[in-house]
Write a protein that binds this ligand. Structure first.
Ligand SMILES: *Cc1c(COP(=O)(O)O)cnc(C)c1O
Length: 405
């Protein structure tokens, strides 16, 4: 018989991905509501004193306080875990709350972390500034160079931290190689999968231990809320992450969790359509760029040095690519001539958005760090949305002409 209330975890596990995205984690109240209920509550009341004592002792299931559990947030966590193929997931207040918690919950003074040099600006800030303040050594490497990972390992190396595709230069890390290497040395891999989402790439299939998200990006996908998530084994989440999370409180609000829930229902459709559009717009742009001496950074095009690897480990290559037009003047001329595509630094949105990373998302880094990552003055990054591709090409054409490209 079909269940109309409660959450049937056993049945859920056998569902195929599209079904999981729409129904996974749904936990109906006695009203049998179709859309997930929004439990905007910080606390819970109990029938008697023994009930709450048992819950606090861990002897009985049930909610005690929304920093520890909330039904709307728990539904989202269950759905993300199902999409990822992870044993467990915990939602976080933002992508950066997720990255910070995923690193600080397991690193201590005297440990060493190897990180990719190409990274979201704030992820790089964690590695360059925050971890060293707590006596955690860090080494930053070219993540697309396999030998660099092995060369960076020290006896105290505890974590590998990287994105693939990486922001904003679209470097591709060989997931199988790096995860195998980490396993052989007892190192925990933390993969920031924000650029792909579980609809396009599932790092755990290649042996990743921890997958962390900015759910602000493709998961919400409509530019509404900040959100994050961390996926891992049940043991790692319960024993390593939860003591940190429950006591430091980077929790996602139930309202934002509910909004991300609505986003996940259409994640697969959006991520795949936007990937197709990004390939089409890249193909339109590439010959014009080449003629002007510019450079395309697009994992979905054969000109990318790791195009084959990207196709092998991703279902599709995602909505984001970057291109270098040589100078800041030219980059700004393109941005200022756009009439449809917004000048905006978000990604994963259903709207097309373009930004100049050197003066925005990566402006807080040192000039040296920017050059090291390939964030040049002529670099532009675009998130390709769901608008009609003909309109996007027209807008891009207008902007290129304005910048004499
Ligand atoms: C946006 C982003 C983050 C940070 O996420 P927020 O939700 O903005 O805090 C981290 N990593 C990557 C790769 C991102 O794109």
């Amino acid at each position: 018989m079909k269940k109309t209330t409660g959450m049937d975890r056993a049945a859920t596990r056998n569902w195929r991905p599209a079904t999981r995205a729409v129904r996974g984690g749904t936990w109906r109240s006695e009203h049998g509501e179709t859309s997930e209920a929004l439990f905007l509550t910080s606390g819970y009341a109990y029938d008697d004193a023994q009930t709450v004592a048992d819950r606090f002792a861990g002897d009985a299931d049930g909610m005690t306080y929304s920093r520890l559990q909330n039904p709307t947030v728990a539904m989202l966590e269950e759905r993300i875990a199902l999409l990822e193929g992870a044993e467990a997931c915990r939602a976080q207040a933002s992508g950066m709350a997720a990255m910070t918690a995923a690193l600080l919950c397991q690193l201590s003074v005297g440990d060493h972390c190897v990180a990719a040099r190409a990274a979201f600006g704030s992820c790089r800030w964690l590695v360059d500034n925050l971890l060293p303040r707590f006596g955690i050594e860090t080494t930053v490497i070219d993540s697309a160079e396999d030998a660099a990972w092995e060369a960076a390992i020290q006896p105290n190396t505890k974590v590998f931290f990287f994105e693939t595709p990486a922001n904003p230069t679209l470097d591709i890390v060989d997931l199988q190689f790096v995860c195998d290497l980490a396993k052989a040395h007892g190192i925990t891999t933390v993969v920031d999968n924000a650029f792909a989402s579980p609809a396009l790439q599932r790092p755990m299939e290649f042996g990743a231990d921890v997958v962390a998200y900015s759910a602000t990006k493709l998961m919400d996908g409509q530019g509404r809320v900040l959100a994050g998530a961390i996926c891992g084994s049940e043991e790692w989440i319960n024993e390593t992450l939860l003591p940190f999370q429950r006591n430091t409180g980077p929790n996602l609000s139930p309202f934002n969790a509910w909004v991300v829930h609505k986003g996940l229902e259409t994640l697969d459709l959006r991520a795949k359509r936007q990937s197709e559009q990004a390939v089409a717009l890249g193909q339109f742009l590439e010959p014009r760029l080449e003629k002007a001496g510019g450079q395309m950074l697009h994992p979905g095009l054969p000109s990318h040095p790791r195009h084959d690897l990207a196709l092998a480990q991703m279902d599709m290559t995602g909505p984001i690519f970057a291109f270098d037009v040589g100078t800041r003047e030219r980059a700004f001329a393109i941005l200022d001539a756009l009439e449809l595509i917004d000048i905006s630094n978000n990604i994963g949105d259903a709207r097309s958005l373009m930004c100049h990373p050197a003066s925005t998302t990566h402006a807080s880094l040192s000039e040296d760090a920017r050059m090291d990552m390939g964030v040049t003055e002529g670099l532009l990054r675009i998130n390709v949305g769901l608008e009609d591709i003909a309109d996007l090409k027209e807008d891009m054409d207008r902007a290129l002409v304005a910048a004499t490209l």
